[in-house]
Design a protein around this ligand. Structure first.
Ligand code: FAD
Length: 509
């Protein structure tokens, strides 16, 4: 055997560098389902199912092309349970001249597989992940040339470099950013007409996976009854088509809005397909830009969507590889509380959290503002230890891979990196949720009240957060005004806030 080519669960891309120079006569693909990947990362049922279903479909497609695929099933009687042990055994058995590996999406996996190759004495041919538009090395160079990292600056540089939404040297539509158009709320009457997203009922392969997950991971949170994610490239392309035609034209304005019982709204639901590498970000960006150029989509929608993929997605990956492994241990706000156990069940009387967690466990999905300003915000205000928040986010979402999940959770949502990724902590009271959703109308708590029986826990904890961190943020340019508002409160009220916040933290309110 000349090359043993590793294809990991989030590398399901036939155009990947892994296949450069692949010779079916001399090379073989290696894929393995390892139970460790769903225990090390304590995955919920939807997350396990999407990875296994997409992997099995990809292997079938490769075999259909005549490639040899050495594929280890999770329930093979002698499956060793870890990628490293399985790979070591495969190397011993097949004795390839070289092991081909595209950079994994997780630092831990990269280290483990490198160690296996070294231990086996097999040459390791590590290749760049071409899926991304910015390599870790290019990002590191970019970062070194800047006194401070600012996503918006990085995004503009990417727009120019990759000629996306540019009219000559100027940004299309006359501005780089239409963020202020992206913050609409639905008002009292709700979202009105919502086009249904593309859904992909499980085929025989996916049904087998669902049965396997139900059998082997019965104790894990999450449900599979509504599983309808795209798990092949052709399904992912169909999902992209439907999104661009039906929801992208409305995406921009309602990007931050929430509505109870409506999990999808106008969002793309493309993150899992992108992160599994069933879709290439370039084609997704090109489709959105083409729809704008054809007059089918307003600039604010196209730009708002493209910014997430060309900007945020590449930016967080750059930070991940630049900061790992130390990033995992960051805890700038010295937060040590435990994650409330109901994050795993959704059984809470806080309506916004109940709704967000319920859909998360049912579907493996929540949109960005639900992740940032409901589950993330509550954990931040409570002062939950960042690694516990990280473990939850990595477990529950079908699009969760550490390179993207960790910077979003630990950096953007918990401010545990002290402002490296984002310039300020995203803190708000329950009033924000009242403005952006209908949750408070169905909740027993009152978002405007800071203290007392009916005070919204978000609101109490928001003021408590400002009080606890007043010194740190007193001079912060973007938080100073919020901290100064504390001075309007009497000593008695501040005392009452602290008491109620303690009770909430103890689970008594
Ligand atoms: P849309 O809202 O329609 O956005 C379009 C696309 O832009 C997404 O498909 C995604 O690929 C990309 N995107 C949007 N925001 C971000 C972002 N902040 N970072 C990177 N890419 C982005 N995204 C993941 O892909 N995996 C994760 O594990 C993940 N964990 C998150 C954890 C927290 C605490 C937060 C606040 C955000 C997280 N995100 C994560 C980012 C974002 O919430 C999801 O990408 C998005 O909700 C996916 O839904 P969608 O495809 O409908 O996205």
């Amino acid at each position: 055997l000349r090359h043993l080519v590793v294809v990991l669960g989030d590398q399901l891309d036939r155009q990947s560098a892994a296949f450069d120079g692949f010779d079916p006569a001399q090379d073989r693909v290696w894929m393995a389902e390892a139970i460790e990947e769903s225990t090390q990362v304590w995955s919920t049922q939807p997350r396990i199912a999407i990875f296994l279903a997409a992997m099995r479909h990809f292997a079938e497609a490769l075999r259909g092309e005549g490639l040899q695929v050495d594929y280890r099933l999770l329930d093979d009687a002698d499956n060793r349970g870890t990628l490293a042990a399985e790979l070591a055994a495969a190397l011993a058995r097949m004795r390839p001249a070289a092991l081909v590996l595209v950079q994994p999406g997780e630092w831990r996996v990269q280290e483990a597989l490198r160690a296996v190759a070294a231990h086996a004495g097999v040459a390791l041919d590590e290749r760049e992940d071409r899926h991304f538009l910015c390599t870790p090395a290019a990002f590191a160079r970019y970062a070194e040339s800047r006194p401070q990292l600012v996503m918006e600056h990085f995004y503009r540089a990417m727009r120019k470099r990759h000629r996306v939404l540019m009219d000559g040297d100027a940004p299309a539509g006359g501005a780089w950013n239409f963020d202020t158009d992206n913050r609409g709320a639905f008002g009292r009457d709700g979202p009105g007409f919502l086009p249904q997203p593309a859904a992909f009922p499980p085929d025989a392969t996916t049904q087998q996976v669902i049965a396997l997950v139900r059998k082997h991971f019965a104790e894990r949170p999450g449900r599979l009854d509504a599983f309808a994610w795209p798990v092949t490239r052709s399904e992912a392309l169909q999902a992209l088509d439907t999104f661009v035609a039906e929801r992208l034209p409305l995406f921009g304005h309602w990007q931050d809005a929430m509505w109870g019982g409506e999990p999808w709204l106008y969002h793309a639901q493309l993150s899992a397909a992108l992160n599994l590498k069933l879709l290439d970000p370039r084609e997704v960006i090109a489709r959105a830009e083409a729809a704008y150029r054809a007059g089918q989509v307003p600039i604010a929608c196209a730009e708002g969507f493209i910014r997430q993929i060309l900007g945020w997605r590449e930016y967080v990956r750059g930070i991940y590889w630049r900061e790992m492994p130390g990033y995992l241990a960051r805890n700038a706000l010295d937060a040590h509380a435990d994650l409330p156990p109901w994050y795993w069940t959704g059984q809470t009387d806080r309506e916004c959290l109940r709704d967000t967690i319920a859909q998360t466990l049912d579907l493996g999905y929540a949109h960005h503002i639900q992740r940032l300003m409901v589950t993330g915000l509550y954990a931040l205000l409570l002062g939950v230890e960042p690694v516990q928040v990280h473990a939850w986010y990595l477990a529950v979402y079908v699009d969760a891979v550490e390179w993207v999940e960790l910077p979003n959770t630990l950096g953007m949502s918990q401010f545990a990196d002290g402002g490296l990724l984002g310039s300020k902590p995203y803190v708000a009271s329950g009033q924000y949720i009242a403005r952006m959703s209908d949750h408070c109308r169905h909740c027993r708590f009152r978002p405007a009240e800071r203290t007392g029986e009916n005070a919204c826990p978000f609101t109490t904890l928001y003021w408590d957060f400002l009080a606890r961190h007043a010194q740190r943020f007193a001079e912060h340019p973007r938080l100073r005004a919020q901290v100064q508002n504390l001075a309007r409160l009497s000593d008695a009220e501040r005392g009452a806030i602290a008491l109620r916040a303690d009770a909430i933290r103890r689970g008594e309110a």
